[in-house]
Each structure stands twice: as structure tokens, then as C-alpha cells.
Ligand binder design. Structure first.
Ligand code: ADP
Length: 415
């Protein structure tokens, strides 16, 4: 049992009673005797205060290790770690979440034995003394990527507690996901700004040239206007893809409910892409089953998905090669069960394996210059991933460098 506040108060009462008896004796006794009585009284009071409680003496005799902090009565209402300490930074309580992140946490042991963060340890006495709450951020034990926010508050009675009584509470909150999202947001804005700045700089450079040195040069003017048009189209594509991405992300948690024939949707988009394929000398080979292949889907999104995959295969597969597009049913091994599958296969240079896991990240490209030359924005596969996700499907990318790449979108069939 810890030294509780009630136990301390009990001992104080005993001490006070002994002191009162002694003073009474002094008043009644002779002068020399009264000095001895006074001394005995003082010793009794000191012993009453300093003598450890019976239970803690027992603990010590039996060599018991310090107990694990008891669960706070309201532990279940705190999903995040909470630790209580007395004003000397000795642990008086903790919840399960706190023990999970600090396995070394022991009751009646200094907090510093389990938590070696000078920021937190320095802040606690200041909070206990002033009552002014504090907030610190510390890295987690699992590495610098993890961040904890610790809010330190003095308890209501914290200003006047005895040792062993909880005086200060520490509330922990894991900020890792929050920080990661923040970093993603900042990176995203930096990427968008960079992607827009390049064509904008080029446009304003050509405008200056057209207003100045090339003003009276019709040939140069034609050439510059062509380049400006390409740059403007690039910005338009980027903005279209950004809008598309944000629309898909917004709807991602609402599964589509319309019945869509995937085969017919793919056939329509392949027709739309035929001129581009012809222009690049690529043959599009489409393989569809005779019967409709129905899934619960959003037709517009599925058209975008097919467009992105087929366009990539045409762009990166290289001229003179075929692109095979197949729609069918696959009974995948394992728990996945029957799936409706769209696969787009090209015979281009393929993708080195180290890039495969990151291909669906926004703005991730294997070769930035090649993507720009092809008019890419780096957002196509991110859009595809979100569309597949909204349709409760899965995107699989397989590639052997030198032997092309296969992108497969697998969907649950319509019930
Ligand atoms: P982009 O607009 O650059 O094409 P995507 O998100 O569609 O952006 O694709 C990301 C990157 O993945 C591309 O820049 C390219 O490097 C690579 N990639 C996509 N499809 C293929 C493919 N069929 N063959 C080889 N590389 C590909």
C-alpha cells in the first residue's frame, strides 16, 4: 500500500496528541523535569512523522519489488496514457495505456526511472509550484518519427499535497499521425506550387520575349506561341487532375451504388484512346467477355481509371508495341474470392522493382523528365488508387524491367 494522504493525516493527529500531553505535563511538572518531558514530546512527534507505515515496512522486509501503478479509477475513460505523480515526481498512479508506452513505470518509484525526458521532468515541479499548465512535445521511443504531446496539469489539491499524494497529472497524446498528415499537406502544396511555377515561369518568359525582341519576328512568334500553348495545356491538365483527385478523395468513404458494366465502360474508353494510340504507333488489343460484367460502380470514375491506365501504357509502353486490355472474372486464391478484373499490359521498358511500392503516391515518377515529356502530371496513378479504393477493390502492379508492366484492378462483383 502506498502512503496515502489519510495515513499521513492519522500520524499527524497522533503526533499532535502526544505533543499536547507533553505540554500539559510541562505546565504541571517541576522545572528540570519539564525539560525532559519536552524533549520526550519532541522525539515522539518526530517519530510519529518519520516512522514508515507498517505495510511499507513489511514490503521492504519481504524484499517486494515496487508494485505496478494501480489503475486509475477512471482509467477506462482515458484512451490515451495518463500518469499521476506526487510533488517529488514519484509515480502514484497510471492507466493501462501509460504502462503500455512506459513498461518500466513502477508505483512509488521516481518517474525518471521510466521516463528519461528532461523536458517533462523539468516541467513537472514548475507546474506543481505555480499551478500553470505546461505542454511539451517529445519524440517517442520507437524513433524520431513518433511524436508525443504531453500536457502537464496540477491537480486541484496539487498545491498543498503531502508526499505520496498525486499532485500533478500527465496526459499523453500521440501526434505521429497528425504530424504525418501535416507533412503530407506541406509536401503536397510544395509539389503543386513547383509544378505550376515551371510552366508559369516559361509563359511569362515568352510573353516578355514576344513584347520585346521577338515583337517583329513572325516566325519566332509562331514558335513561342506553340510552346506557350503546350505550357498552358500542361497547367490545365494539372489543375484537372488535382480537382479529379480531390473529388475522388471526398467520395472515397461512400461506396458507389449503381450497376455498371465494366466491359462496356472499358470498350468506350478504348475507343476514345484510339486516336492517341494511332498517333503513337501503338496497337490496342481489347479482350472482353461476351456477357456483361457488372460491378457496383461510378461510371465516370471508372472511365478515368481506364483512361489513366491505358494512357500510361501507350505513353510508357513505347511506339510500335501492343497494349493488351483484358476484362474478365478471376477467382483469386485465398480469401479474396471471385473478382472482376481489368488488366492493362504493355511491352515497354517496365518499372524497376524499387519504384513499384511508391508509384501510386502523388507526384511520384520513375523518371521526372520522361513524365514531363509525355505530358504527365504525376497524379494519374494516385487517382487510380483512390478510385479502386472507393470501389472496395485492389490495384496490383507487376513489372519485370525490360518486359513491360501489367496494371490490374480487381473489384468485387455486383451481388
Ligand atoms: P504521370 O502523369 O507521370 O504518368 P502517373 O501517376 O500516371 O503519372 O504515373 C507515375 C509514374 O509511374 C510515371 O511517371 C512513370 O514513371 C510510371 N509509370 C506509370 N505507368 C507506367 C508504365 N505502364 N510503364 C512504365 N512506367 C510507368
Amino acid at each position: 500500500m502506498p502512503w496515502t494522504g489519510a495515513r499521513d493525516r492519522g500520524r499527524a493527529a497522533i503526533g499532535a496528541a502526544i505533543a499536547a500531553v507533553c505540554i500539559f505535563a510541562v505546565l504541571l511538572a517541576r522545572a528540570e523535569f519539564s525539560v525532559w518531558v519536552l524533549l520526550a514530546g519532541l522525539v515522539a512527534v518526530a517519530l510519529a512523522w518519520l516512522w514508515p507505515s507498517a505495510s511499507s515496512r513489511e514490503d521492504r522486509r519481504e524484499g517486494k519489488p515496487p508494485a505496478t501503478p494501480p489503475l486509475l479509477p477512471s482509467a477506462s475513460v482515458f484512451p490515451d496514457p495518463v500518469i499521476l505523480v506526487d510533488r517529488r515526481l514519484v509515480v502514484t498512479g497510471a492507466n493501462e495505456a501509460a504502462r503500455a508506452i512506459l513498461p518500466g513505470l513502477k508505483e512509488r518509484q521516481p518517474l525518471a526511472f521510466a521516463l528519461r525526458s528532461p523536458e517533462i521532468l523539468d516541467a513537472i515541479p514548475a507546474v506543481a509550484a505555480s499551478g500553470e499548465p505546461a505542454r511539451v512535445e517529445v519524440p517517442g521511443r520507437s524513433g524520431h518519427e513518433q511524436t508525443w504531446e504531453v500536457r502537464i496539469r496540477r491537480l486541484a489539491s496539487g498545491g498543498a499535497t503531502t508526499l505520496g499524494e498525486p499532485a500533478v497529472a500527465l496526459f499523453f497524446r500521440d501526434l505521429t499521425d497528425h504530424r504525418r498528415l501535416e507533412t503530407m499537406r506541406v509536401d503536397f502544396i510544395a509539389n503543386v506550387s513547383h509544378e505550376l511555377r515551371t510552366p508559369l515561369a516559361s509563359l511569362s518568359g515568352f510573353i516578355d520575349t514576344l513584347k520585346g525582341p521577338a515583337r517583329d519576328d513572325p516566325k519566332a512568334r509562331e514558335r513561342f506561341l506553340d510552346i506557350m500553348q503546350v505550357q498552358a495545356q500542361r497547367m490545365t491538365r494539372l489543375i484537372d487532375d488535382l480537382l479529379q483527385l480531390s473529388r475522388v478523395e471526398l467520395k472515397e468513404h461512400v461506396p458507389p451504388t449503381s450497376l455498371v458494366d465494366l466491359g462496356q465502360t472499358v470498350a468506350h474508353m478504348v475507343e476514345v484512346m484510339a486516336p492517341l494510340a494511332r498517333e503513337r504507333g501503338v496497337e490496342l488489343a481489347l479482350d472482353l467477355p461476351a456477357e456483361p460484367i457488372l460491378i457496383l460502380g461510378d461510371r465516370d470514375e471508372l472511365l478515368r481509371l481506364v483512361e489513366n491506365l491505358v494512357e500510361n501504357a501507350i505513353k510508357y509502353g513505347g511506339p510500335g508495341k501492343a497494349v493488351e486490355i483484358v476484362v474478365g472474372r478471376s477467382s483469386a486464391a485465398g480469401s479474396e474470392g471471385e473478382r472482376v478484373e481489368l488488366s492493362v499490359r504493355d511491352h515497354g521498358p517496365g518499372i524497376p522493382p524499387e519504384h513499384l511500392p511508391r508509384l501510386t503516391e502523388r507526384f511520384y515518377r520513375v523518371d521526372v523528365a520522361e513524365s514531363r515529356t509525355q505530358g504527365g502530371t504525376g497524379l494519374g496513378l494516385a487517382i487510380v488508387k483512390h478510385i479502386v479504393g472507393r470501389h472496395r477493390g485492389r490495384l496490383a502492379i507487376e513489372s519485370t524491367p525490360g518486359q513491360g508492366a501489367t496494371f490490374r484492378a480487381l473489384f468485387p462483383p455486383a451481388p
